[in-house]
Ligand binder design. Structure first.
Ligand code: PMP
Length: 382
């Protein structure tokens, strides 16, 4: 008797990262390079706009799709920055974080038993999201030899041509990999040839250090089969405000809105005011944060080099994905490093195929901590 969890919920194991959080709590000198969120405060103009909206009493629901002004600002922003043209009326939906957008996409596009190809290593929420939607995950591994870019041959080898949906995320969490237009083109051709729906999580689009962002939705034949997910958590350091958005052809976005209007009603109103301000006046803050991440990235990669740790030159997000520098598994290495030196990193295996043998090291942490953490790592390796 009592409550029985659904088979879908039972099918999803608890997060593999939890063990490391518990271990980290056992000491008080831990430096965490395990986090996936900015260490910066939300730009003050955005915070002030949120406070002002509260003082004006703007605490009601907004339109299901999000405030019209915000959708228009998003439409202008993605047009100017990424050459993406979406109509604020019915091609943009404001969501409670990119997380909700991804979840809506799975629920709106996946039928029970459908196959969803996931480019891995991948953000840990995709596979559970697919399971909750009743789909089957088909991992498509990416490899260090390709700088963790998704390739056409990996799609072919894994049988992704028979999938209904492809999920990809570049710049990537956990690898930091990015894809330029010439790398995206064969993926787009494959998607068109095999009639795939593409969910492109571009939440790290603003955080790229060596080249501009290209969205796969801008390639021939892709606009009509792609939804682009983005949000404010990473670029604007707004994780706790829970605001994201999804853009795509009207039928797709309105289909997602059909779930959103019953399940969520509308994204948080205060956060929408903060986001509107972020888009209109916080470019300088984003530039400063991006420059800081880039300095940290260069520092970290140079330190890995000094320590003889192999690591490809990640060009986006705020993660490096070095090889495990001993003959241990990533899991064992991460656990020993945490116990011996109080440095937390995440073993690559938790991110799926292609992740074993690697560690996710986040540089959303100040340079002083990165310096101390890499000194401890050096001592550990000695
Ligand atoms: N996608 C990726 C790749 C992420 O790394 C994250 C956050 N860690 C999200 C989506 C979720 O972001 P949000 O806070 O907007 O829900």
């Amino acid at each position: 008797m009592g409550i029985t969890l659904s088979e879908r919920v039972q099918a999803v194991p608890p997060s593999g990262i939890r063990k490391f959080f518990e271990l980290a709590e056992e000491r008080d000198d831990v430096i965490s390079l395990g986090v996936g969120e900015p260490d910066f405060a939300t730009p003050w103009r955005a915070r002030t706009a949120a406070v002002d909206s509260l003082e004006r009493g703007q605490t009601s629901y907004t339109a299901n799709r999000g405030m019209r002004e915000l959708r228009e600002a998003i439409s202008d922003h993605v047009d100017a920055k990424y050459d993406l043209g979406y109509d604020a009326e019915d091609e943009i939906l404001v969501t409670a974080g990119a997380s909700e957008a991804v979840d809506l996409a799975f629920r709106a596009f996946v039928n029970p038993g459908d196959t969803v190809a996931v480019a891995e290593p991948a953000y840990v929420s995709y596979a559970p999201g697919v399971t909750f939607a009743g789909g089957e995950v088909l991992p498509v591994a990416t490899y260090e030899r390709d700088e963790f870019r998704l390739t056409r041959s990996a799609l072919e080898d894994s049988g992704a041509g028979d999938a209904e949906v492809l999920v990809m995320c570049f710049p990537n969490n956990p690898t930091g990999a990015t894809m330029r237009e010439q790398h995206l083109r064969p993926i787009a051709e494959f998607a068109v040839e095999n009639d795939l729906t593409v969910v492109s999580d571009e939440i790290y689009a603003a955080l790229q250090y060596e080249h501009d962002h290209t969205s796969i939705a801008t390639l021939p034949g892709m606009r009509e089969r792609t939804v682009v997910v983005n949000g404010f958590s990473k670029a604007y350091a707004m994780t706790g405000l829970r605001l994201g958005y999804v853009m795509g052809p009207s039928e797709a976005v309105m289909g997602m809105n059909r779930i959103h209007q019953y399940g969520m009603l509308s994204a948080p109103t205060t956060a929408q005011h903060a986001a509107l301000e972020a888009l209109s006046s916080c470019d300088d803050a984003v530039e400063e944060m991006t420059a800081a991440y880039d300095r940290r990235r260069n520092f970290l990669l140079a330190r890995f080099d000094e320590l003889g740790i192999e690591c490809f030159r990640a060009k986006g997000a705020f993660y490096a994905f070095p090889e495990v520098p001993t003959d241990q598994t990533g899991d064992a290495f991460a656990e020993d490093l945490l116990k011996a030196e109080g440095v937390a990193v995440v073993p690559g295996s938790v991110f799926g195929d292609g992740g074993e043998g690697h560690l996710r090291v986040s540089y959303a942490t100040g340079l002083d901590d990165l310096r101390e953490a890499t000194d401890r790592l050096e001592r550990f390796l000695d």
